[in-house]
Design a binder for this molecule. Structure first.
Ligand SMILES: [Zn+2]
Length: 472
């Protein structure tokens, strides 16, 4: 029995040994590296400090995962964005494991887009709009060239991405700014054409800020009947494609030959003070061309005897203004005034043989300048009476061209005069033939007046009285 047990035990022990030894051997042995944690890909920011990340790798057995030694290969420069590769070399008891790790260095600051704020007014048909835009990135620096621009729903979008994929978008509201076209008349806004002559309209140009030249689309309306004197109007109109309409008007005056001595009931007296001057003969030529008679109120006509004679011979009225035109002298007292007046009256008589009794007070009868010199005697009130008692007739004016101080512009002189030519008159117009720019306006004033049916007449002793209110 004892012997039998011994055999069984031996068998058991033998079987156990045969069975367990490999298990123990296995359990005591190693199964190689075990990767418990390792990041294949790492992203870090530009200029951030990089530290190697070896993860968690050990050398494995049943009882324990043994710590292994690790060395690295490869460098990461975080001051330069990009991809870097680092190798981790793990060693244990002569066994080696190499792991590769990719490190992406990037930055997260989007570029900054700057757009000049000044002009977001665009045309409805504008395709290529240039805005003043710049883009700057902390890493890529200037990205202006890469800015993409597009327009959507009344806004303009500016978009740019940096090399790390950070995107910036700026939007600006657009204003559709389409102005009316501009019409420019060829020639003047006023044209004059003589009765029964041909009127050729010079046309007009139109320019639109968005659509450019629209001249060919100008619609013209209005007619000029050159067989009938008067004022005509030609209207030019044009619209751009979004319906902004513009019109311009030209006045055309068809004027008859001078109707001097054919009184129409609408009378203009052109009067010229302070001459003659070097410009007076040119004025006389203009008046002659239209057979218009005017009135000259003369002042100190030294050296211009022949001009005065011409004025007289050509049918103009020679009026008397003043020999000296010196307020401080003539308005001291009535004697001084009449001394001066008779001096010029005699001079005119010497030259022309004509004794003029048509006068105009220097400064007009309403002048206040006389107050400074007359010692409080209200000299204008006295003179207004006395000149009539002595057989003179004085004339003021009811239209001033403002050519003596008010303006030096010919077109303004013209406007100052014709603005008031809106009734039957009579109108006495004040100009100075010592002012060249004023003489330049005379021809248009004549043609305008003739077209409007006025008769130009010289003043005479029987002309209607045009007096100012005496203020001194
Ligand atoms: Zn004067």
């Amino acid at each position: 029995m004892k012997k039998k047990m011994g055999v069984i035990s031996k068998i058991i022990i033998l079987v156990s040994i045969l069975f367990f030894i490999p298990v123990v051997v296995y359990l005591l042995g190693y199964q190689g590296f075990k990767v418990r944690k390792f990041n294949d890909n790492i992203e870090i920011f530009y200029n951030e400090k990089f530290t190697y990340d070896e993860g968690d790798i050990c050398y494995n057995s049943f009882f324990k995962c043994h710590k292994v030694s690790v060395s690295t290969k490869g460098r990461v420069d975080t001051s330069l964005i990009g991809e870097y590769t680092v190798y981790y070399i793990y060693k244990y008891a002569g066994d080696i494991l190499t792991k590769k790790q990719t490190i992406k260095v990037k930055e997260n600051e989007p570029p900054v887009i700057s757009v000049d704020d000044n002009d977001f007014n665009v045309c409805h048909n504008q395709k290529d709009i240039k805005f003043n835009v710049t883009a700057y990135d902390n890493y890529d620096k200037d990205l202006t060239d890469k800015v993409k621009q597009y327009i959507k729903d009344g806004k303009v979008y500016f978009e740019v991405s940096d090399s790390s994929g950070n995107k910036a978008i700026v939007t600006k509201d657009l204003t559709i700014a389409d102005q009316k076209p501009i019409i420019t008349l060829n020639g003047s806004y006023m044209e004059f054409v003589k009765l029964n002559n041909i009127y050729e309209d010079k046309g007009a140009n139109a320019y639109d800020d968005c659509e450019g030249d629209l001249s060919s689309q100008i619609q013209k309306s209005g007619i000029v009947d050159t067989s009938k004197a008067g004022e005509y109007q030609i209207t030019y109109s044009v619209s751009d494609s979004v319906g902004n309409k513009q019109t311009a008007v030209r006045k055309v005056y068809v004027y008859p030959e001078s109707n001097y001595n054919v009184a129409t009931g609408k009378i203009i007296y052109l009067t010229f003070d302070d001459g003659p001057s070097a410009y007076t003969t040119r004025l006389l030529d203009i008046l002659k061309k239209y057979n218009i008679k005017a009135t000259f109120f003369l002042t100190n006509p030294k050296g211009y005897d022949s001009v005065i004679l011409r004025e007289y011979n050509e049918g103009h009225t020679i009026g008397l203004h003043s020999n000296t035109h010196d307020y401080s002298q003539i308005y001291r007292n009535t004697d001084a005034y009449f001394d001066d007046l008779y001096t010029i009256q005699n001079k005119v008589k010497e030259i022309t043989g004509y004794t003029s009794t048509i006068i105009r007070f220097p400064g007009g009868s309403s002048n206040l300048v006389s107050k400074s010199y007359d010692g409080g005697t209200k000299i204008m009130s006295t003179l207004a009476k006395e000149v009539e008692e002595k057989g003179f007739k004085y004339f003021d004016w009811n239209i001033s061209s403002e050519d003596a101080g008010g303006t030096t512009s010919t077109s303004q002189v013209f406007t100052n005069i014709v603005t008031y030519l809106n009734g039957n008159g009579p109108y006495v117009v004040l100009q100075h033939d010592t002012k060249n720019y004023s003489i330049d306006a005379v021809e248009d004033v004549i043609r305008y007046g003739l077209a409007k049916g006025y008769t130009f007449m010289p003043l005479s002793m029987s002309s209607p009285t045009i007096h100012h209110h005496i203020a001194n």
